[in-house]
Design a protein around this ligand. Structure first.
Ligand code: SAM
Length: 360
């Protein structure tokens, strides 16, 4: 796994844009005028699924070396980071991974984040396998919503894609438990891969139309460097929307907020909506307001990054909040990445950090 990290000494040489302790600007912006609005925190690099497009078994096998426990941010460190990012404008936090529900005591982390940041929008992305057991506790701890990942309603296809033989029926129980607990609307992510599950797009739309749950069809992306990505395997979102439009009357809907990842489509009969996430064919770098904190406390400013910034080292070296905040501000203000806009066959082959580590 490529895990190039900028060391503490390099962070020191970054320009500090304001005095320590000085209040942050109302809206900090990067070199492309993008504000910092969202923080995605990977709480574990482990997952109980081996989705073929994310953590293929031949790479993430029994000998794969996941992060040792001591390298993973503690809950206290995670909350400290969240507070610092909140002070710089972050209003939305998503817990992800790896599989976040595999992190022991995840409900406690949710409760700690909620107590520290009562107004923040707090969400979590999960493969759903432990949702039935944990949905109520997560809601009670203060989680607002969940996004779940379901690549097919066809049992054989789903079992093959998660590659651990996990059945659709059990997954659907998890969604219902989430909705019953009030973690709604539930968003359902489907990664669409040509020849694997693309024939099931319309079934997926039909199954969730009218339920209040929102399906989001995601283009297969060249994240990491182990998933054998090929452009030929990508089904453009436009085709997904077209196929659904052949079955149901749909129309485009306004984004809920600037920087929303999914483009929204509404069913004209008022029975809900679905979204498409088109990182490959319709790059949205221009409105990307997301920072990512890896399981071991490295800050990444792009999902397709090759290097991160070691904030854990700063914390463990005893740096004050103001110093860390100034470093994060400097990193964000120097940010110029726009990978999806300049993707080529060569960049797609480059060694990038894995999604399970950086957080999806
Ligand atoms: N384990 C959780 C889950 O399954 O939702 C959270 C982590 S997962 C990396 C987050 C999201 O990234 C999932 O919805 C997954 O389908 C998506 N994802 C992973 N690899 C992808 C790829 N190569 N292209 C598009 N989406 C991908």
């Amino acid at each position: 796994m490529a895990k190039t990290v900028i060391a503490l000494r390099d962070l020191r040489s970054l320009p500090i844009p304001r005095l320590a302790g000085e209040a942050p600007q109302a809206r900090m912006a990067d070199r492309r005028a993008r504000a910092l609005h969202d923080l995605r925190i990977s709480v574990t690099d482990r997952c109980n699924f081996r989705c073929t497009y994310c953590m293929p078994k031949d790479v993430f096998g029994p000998d794969y070396e996941f992060l040792p426990h001591g390298e993973i941010l503690t809950f206290e460190e995670t909350v400290r980071m969240a507070r610092i990012f909140h002070g710089l404008g972050t209003e939305k936090i998503r817990l992800t991974g790896g599989e976040p529900l595999m992190r022991k005591g995840i409900e406690r982390l949710v409760a700690m984040l909620r107590e520290a940041l009562p107004a923040v929008d707090l969400t979590l992305t999960t493969n759903g396998s432990a949702l039935k057991a944990k949905a109520a506790a997560l809601k009670a701890a203060g989680l607002d919503r969940v996004t779940v990942s379901l690549d097919s309603l066809d049992d054989a296809t789903f079992r093959a894609m998660n590659d651990v033989d996990f059945p659709v029926a059990q997954f659907l129980e998890g969604i219902e438990a989430a909705a019953a607990a009030g973690l709604a609307p539930v968003k359902v992510n489907m990664v669409v891969k040509r020849g694997v599950n693309d024939q099931q797009v319309v079934d997926m739309a039909r199954r969730f139309k009218g339920t209040g749950h929102i399906v989001r069809f995601i283009e297969f992306m060249d994240v990491g460097s182990t998933n054998q990505w090929r452009m030929d395997d990508v089904i453009p979102s436009a085709q997904v929307a077209y196929r659904i439009s052949e079955e149901f009357a749909i129309e485009p809907a306004e984004a809920n907020y600037t920087g929303e990842v999914a483009e929204r489509w509404k069913y004209r009969d008022g029975s809900g909506e679905f979204g498409v996430i088109s990182s490959v064919t319709h790059a949205f770098c221009g409105t990307c307001t997301r920072a990512r904190l890896s399981t071991d406390g490295q800050l990444f400013t792009c999902l397709f990054a090759q290097r991160g910034y070691d904030l854990k080292a700063m914390m463990r070296a005893g740096r004050a909040d103001e110093e860390i905040r100034a470093a994060v501000a400097a990193i964000w203000e120097a940010r110029d990445d726009h990978y999806s806009e300049i993707r080529t066959a060569e960049t797609a082959r480059a060694r990038k950090v894995e999604m399970s580590y950086i957080g999806g």
